[in-house]
Design a protein around this ligand. Structure first.
Ligand SMILES: [Zn+2]
Length: 749
């Protein structure tokens, strides 16, 4: 009788099929087949946090059941981590192999096999050494899922009441959001300071013209700093009277330049400093994501997608890992490769060892490395991006087992009136691991020089600069800091980053994360009232506790109780105490903005459609203004103005002859019934006939002579037969040209 092997991803089915014989049938679960319900919390807090799982992929379950029909032996070859363990457990339960308590039913055989690379050797070895399902790993996954569910479900409604409907809070992503928000706070507190640097460009041969002394203002970026064609050496003023120079104004810089005029530039010392540089450890999930971002500009999501493909094709080890360990076999084949291709010189006398914090023994993964080190990229069936990432992984793996690079820094020193100038150049004496993995080492060379030798100034420049605020986070640096804090795990980084973006708590400006108004407010509320939920140490401690659950040292229910009991109590108290006003007010409006009703000062508030001004006397006074300073009255007057009526048709009227009112929403302007929102009637603005024809030209005729009508679809406007879609006749419109004409005529919708 055949045995059923369950894997997570369909593409693994093929690869695995090549290695296992005809005794096995392989099917994929496509990830989880059950999940907590979408419509309710799905956790019975009173009964030890009992979760309610619902089948989330019915058709897949049917497929699995069908494949298991008539079989008794189930092999779980799910991914080697907690998520995989949980998927395996649920599959075994749904196929009727496990009892609710987790023991194997009579007449069935269940085994879990683990391999971290999909190669023939690894898979066959795993089949020979099956183990039981690990309940500790399963518990740790379940505890995280429930914890996140509780926080999300309990905190979100509070945000709805106190800030805005539809918001949501999550456990780990709220901490990530806090990091982004606090970086922005640091930046806005930052005061830029002026500083000056003094550079002199010297030559080893006499120069005919007189040296030039000039000032280079920061915003002028006129002069190229290094003039390599002219063979000039750039010296920088490093010390004044043995201290770091403190040049804070143009006047001081000017004075220094003056004092240097006519001075002799003589080398007083040539120093050589040798150094060694050690290779970096092999890649783990976080460093793979960071380095792929730096090297190729890949997002972390993209990196993981490509890595997963490489893993499933059998080319690299499992890509979710926080270990930098290499297996004994991998080390010896790397060493063999190095010796054969680069020679003894590049091979350290013993293998390089990297420290790793393997927190959970059962998850003792390896680093991310090629499964076959001697295999070049050309022999592999890969697309361009896969090749790039594969080569990157290959290089880091090989380099990690190679010798140190030897560098030499040459430093030229010139002293004039207690001012020390230095120029430095770096050479690679022996490239070592750099032969394979080029780090940021830029080689420069000086001409042959001697101590006491005189050099000649071509130009001396005072260059203005300003200190810069700390950089915002990008994906790579956010993952790095999350890892440093011990927050998140290899499997969660990508989810964290996409969640804070999907919820519009942060937006990307270029590559960098900037918090939105709402992101800032949510963080403020959580920081004020649920400090634990967004505390870095506390969140890291929960991660540790979850690791301990996985190690079998902490009971998951106890962990949840410890967190949830105080949290729930807090939640009830906070419901009453949190003042909505504290969180909807962003800042005081500037003094020239006053309330249209009572002339009081105004606040900038956040509303459903963004910022607006609200009277500081609210709720006694309901005065408010649009952020561009318009009152509702202004807007209604505008709707009656000559300028408006030149472009748009006048307000439609209700049956009792009242005017519809002009309103603005996040989607643009529209006519609202005077009793809106009680009467939910909204009508689009209509252009006057004159403006309409200026923008769209003559209305085209359909084939049957009828006038076509303007329609708006998903991809923009188009002409359609009046009986469309019954009569399928449409005409394309040049959207760009229309937009341009609208802009020219001042049509804003
Ligand atoms: Zn007022």
């Amino acid at each position: 009788m055949k045995k059923l092997v369950v894997v997570e991803s369909p593409s693994k089915v093929k690869t695995l099929g090549k290695y296992l014989g005809d005794d096995f049938e392989i099917v994929a679960s496509n990830g989880h087949i059950v999940d907590l319900p979408k419509s309710e919390i799905g956790v019975d807090v009173e009964s030890n946090f009992k979760p309610k799982y619902l089948v989330s992929k019915r058709s897949i379950l049917q497929k699995l059941k069908k494949a298991f029909e008539g079989k008794t032996s189930l092999i779980l070859a799910v991914d080697p981590d907690r998520e995989g363990e949980a998927i395996g457990w649920h599959v075994a339960r749904k196929l009727g192999v496990l009892t609710p308590a987790g023991s194997v039913k009579k007449g069935f055989e269940l085994c879990r096999i683990v391999f971290t690379e999909i190669t023939k050797t690894a898979v066959l070895q795993a089949i020979k050494k099956p183990r039981d399902l690990d309940m500790n790993l399963f518990d740790a996954q379940q505890a995280r899922r429930i914890l996140d569910r509780l926080v999300g479900y309990k905190l979100s409604p509070l945000l709805w009441k106190k800030i805005r409907y539809g918001l949501s809070a999550g456990r780990v992503q709220s901490v990530a959001l806090r990091l982004v928000v606090e970086k922005e706070e640091e930046r806005s507190k930052f005061k830029s300071e002026e500083f000056w640097k003094i550079y002199s460009y010297l030559s080893d041969s006499k120069i005919a013209k007189k040296p030039e002394y000039s000032i280079d203002l920061a915003e002028e970026k006129t002069k190229a700093l290094v003039d390599e064609d002219e063979n000039l050496i750039c010296f920088e003023l490093k010390k004044v009277k043995n201290k770091k120079p403190n040049i804070t104004s143009q006047a001081i810089a000017q004075k220094i330049l003056e004092s240097l005029k006519g001075k002799k530039w003589q080398i007083c010392e040539i120093e050589s400093r040798g150094s060694k540089r050690h290779a970096q450890p092999p890649l783990k999930t976080s460093t793979l994501q960071q380095t792929a971002s730096h090297r190729f500009g890949f997002s972390s999501k993209k990196t993981m997608m490509i890595a997963q493909k490489l893993y499933e094709k059998g080319h690299i080890t499992y890509m979710r890992t926080d270990s930098t360990l290499l297996s004994v076999d991998a080390i010896s084949s790397a060493r063999e490769y190095i010796k054969k291709h680069y020679g003894e010189k590049y091979l350290p006398s013993s293998a390089n060892v990297y420290k790793t914090k393997a927190k959970v023994a059962q998850e003792a993964h390896e680093a991310i490395r090629p499964t076959n080190i001697s295999l070049g990229v050309d022999g592999l069936d890969l697309i361009e991006e896969e090749k790039k990432l594969y080569m990157h992984i290959w290089q880091r793996t090989i380099a990690s087992q190679m010798s140190d690079a030897h560098l030499n820094d040459q430093i030229l020193k010139i002293e004039i009136d207690e001012m020390l100038f230095e120029a430095s150049a770096r050479q690679i004496i022996f490239d070592g691991y750099l032969k394979v993995y080029r780090d940021k080492v830029k080689e420069t060379f000086f001409p042959k020089l001697q101590e006491k030798q005189e050099l000649f100034a071509d130009k001396v420049i005072g260059k203005q600069g300003f200190t810069k605020p700390p950089a915002r986070y990008n994906e790579a640096s956010l993952i790095k800091v999350l890892e440093e804090y011990g927050i998140g795990r290899p499997s969660t980084y990508v989810a964290i980053i996409s969640t804070i973006q999907a919820r519009k708590y942060v937006v990307k400006e270029g590559k960098f994360f900037v918090p939105t108004d709402i992101g800032i407010i949510v963080t403020k509320l959580l920081r004020d009232h649920f400090p634990n939920v967004v505390d870095y140490d506390f969140t890291a401690e929960i991660e540790n506790q979850l690791d301990e659950v996985a190690n079998g040292k902490v009971n998951w229910v106890k962990l949840l109780k410890k967190f949830y009991t105080p949290f729930e109590k807090d939640l009830l108290a906070k419901e009453k105490n949190i003042q909505r006003e504290d969180y909807t007010v962003l800042e005081k409006a500037s003094a020239d903005i006053v309330c249209p009703e009572c002339s009081s000062a105004m606040n900038v508030k956040i509303g459903k459609y963004g910022r607006f001004y609200s009277c500081t006397k609210w709720p006694e006074c309901k005065g408010m203004l649009d952020i561009d300073g318009k009152t509702n009255e202004d807007i209604q007057n505008e709707a009656k103005s000559k300028e408006f009526l030149q472009i748009y048709k006048a307000a439609p009227k209700t049956e009792d002859e009242r005017d519809y009112l002009l309103k603005r929403s996040g989607y643009g302007r529209f006519w609202a019934h005077p009793d809106y929102p009680k009467v939910k009637d909204a009508i689009s603005l209509e252009l006057t006939n004159e403006i309409f024809s200026k923008i769209y030209g003559e209305v085209p005729d359909a084939k049957d002579g009828k006038k076509m009508v303007l329609k708006k679809g998903r991809f923009g406007e188009y002409w359609a037969h009046p009986d469309y879609p019954k009569v399928k006749e449409v005409l394309k419109i040049d959207t760009k040209e229309i937009l341009k004409r609208k802009e020219d005529l001042g049509v804003v919708l």
